[in-house]
Write a protein that binds this ligand. Structure first.
Ligand code: HSE
Length: 431
């Protein structure tokens, strides 16, 4: 039996904003943390790329390990805190080394778990180890704790979320400042909001990783990142944002996961949501997760999705749970019981917003309407909202239809000779 009164000793790999945030928390409130955890929590060893960098925190009391793998294997480490990031290489090697050495692991690494979560959880549980990852999804929002503990008695019916603060910043700033995407993207870059590979943010990948992790817990299924239908925000124009606002909607990079008769639907894509809904009102870099359960109904969690304090807060919550002796399986139930299910791409019907550029000549609109009709799509609203030389932007809102019908119709537009460029099609989500 592990000694549950001895100090719990942390080894931290990665000393960026999150790692230093944890150091600060442990140093600032040791008594409070010990009282809540039932035992002291200490940092014994740390490592990062650059030993000599001034990080604004006192690391002199800790052993500096040569590398993350040796840190993970140290005898004076009980919990390996992985804050390196990336789904291959050092992070994965050190994670596996920690499990093999009998350590529990706390991580903020969404990519690693979204891609290797099934095997890492299976391996951890076979070895009696705990893996916690609250910080990997929506920063400081305790959404994993909500699903695995508070809502554990519910059948979860739907999970939705705005889980990439950078995208929400870009979309809300485009609207408030009336600026085009490229300009706001450059601003976000200058502010340091973008990941080293910006496509992780604006391509929806980072948020898709997070959705895949939540789906697994919510629906008791194996993590299936490949099953997430991904679409980024790069094609959204200020025109789309204005037209959406005119109709009472806002555009969000929205994740939706739900179990359907045809399989697990997981989508991370731009959606129109009612402007007055909690999701519609979410401004700037904030995150929001909406959980729906058969008994609890709908709950809404809102908070900072990134940053030193919020992410360190999530890591420390996990560490304190381990100190308390709480040993919940990685995805809320034993990894060997997680079901492998089919993925259902956008199985649930919804109205769609379509914007296209039409050549201004007689019969152009009729051709578009006919193709929509042939695809079984009924038009709810249609408007031409300007005029540019020989073509005009046209906006169509459909009645409920499926993504595959929309794709059939847009493929058909290409042969009409009246639609120029690629139409923008955005789902209108009922939230
Ligand atoms: N880049 C993410 C965001 C934070 O903008 O929300 C880390 O997942």
């Amino acid at each position: 039996m592990p000694d549950t009164t001895a100090p719990l000793r942390l080894g931290i790999a990665g000393l960026g904003t999150v790692g230093t945030g944890i150091v600060r928390m442990v140093q600032n409130h040791p008594e409070m943390i010990a009282a809540r955890a039932g035992r002291p929590i200490e940092i014994t060893a740390v490592t990062a790329r650059d030993k000599d960098k001034d990080r604004g925190v006192d690391l002199s009391g800790y052993t500096w390990a040569q590398d993350a793998v040796s840190l993970a294997q140290r005898d004076d480490v009980d919990v390996f805190v992985e804050l390196i990031g990336g789904h291959e290489g050092t992070a994965k090697d050190a994670f596996e080394a920690a499990l093999a050495a009998g350590k529990d692991v706390v991580t903020a690494n969404k990519a690693l778990l979204a891609i290797h979560g099934n095997e890492l959880a299976t391996s951890a549980e076979a070895q009696g180890r705990v893996v916690r990852f609250e910080a990997a999804v929506a920063g400081g929002i305790p959404v994993i704790k909500s699903l695995t503990e508070g809502l554990a008695g519910n059948q979860i019916t739907r999970v939705m979320g705005v889980m990439n603060g950078t995208c929400n910043y870009i979309l809300t700033r485009m609207e408030s400042a009336g600026l085009p995407y490229d300009e706001v993207f450059a601003e976000a870059d200058a502010l340091g909001f973008l990941e080293a590979d910006p496509n992780l943010d604006v391509g929806g990948i980072d948020a898709g990783h997070k959705l895949a992790l939540l789906s697994s817990i919510a629906f008791g299924t194996q993590v299936d990142f490949d099953g997430v239908e991904l679409e980024g925000i790069g094609a959204i124009t200020i025109d789309d944002i204005k037209q959406a606002a005119d109709m009472g909607y806002r555009i969000k990079l929205l994740g939706v996961a739900q179990m359907t008769g045809r399989g697990l639907e997981q989508r991370m894509s731009p959606c129109l949501v009612p402007a007055l809904s909690p999701l519609g009102q979410l401004e700037g870099g904030t995150n929001m997760v909406v959980l729906e359960g058969d008994e609890v109904g709908q709950i809404v969690l809102r908070g900072a999705g990134a940053g030193s304090g919020p992410t360190a807060s999530a890591v420390m919550g996990d560490v304190i749970d381990i100190a308390r002796g709480l040993r919940i399986p990685t995805f809320g139930q034993p990894a060997t019981t997680l079901r492998k299910v089919r993925s259902a791409q956008a199985a649930v019907a919804a109205p769609y917003y379509m914007r296209m550029q039409l050549i201004d000549k007689p019969g152009a609109l009729a051709k578009v309407a006919s193709i929509l009709g042939d695809a079984g799509i009924s038009i709810d609203q249609m408007r031409q909202y300007g005029h540019e030389d020989t073509s005009a932007p046209v906006l169509i809102v459909t009645h409920k239809t499926t993504r595959s019908a929309i794709d059939t119709a847009t493929a058909g537009f290409a042969d009409t000779g009246v639609v120029t460029g690629d139409p923008v099609c955005i789902r209108i989500e009922t939230v």
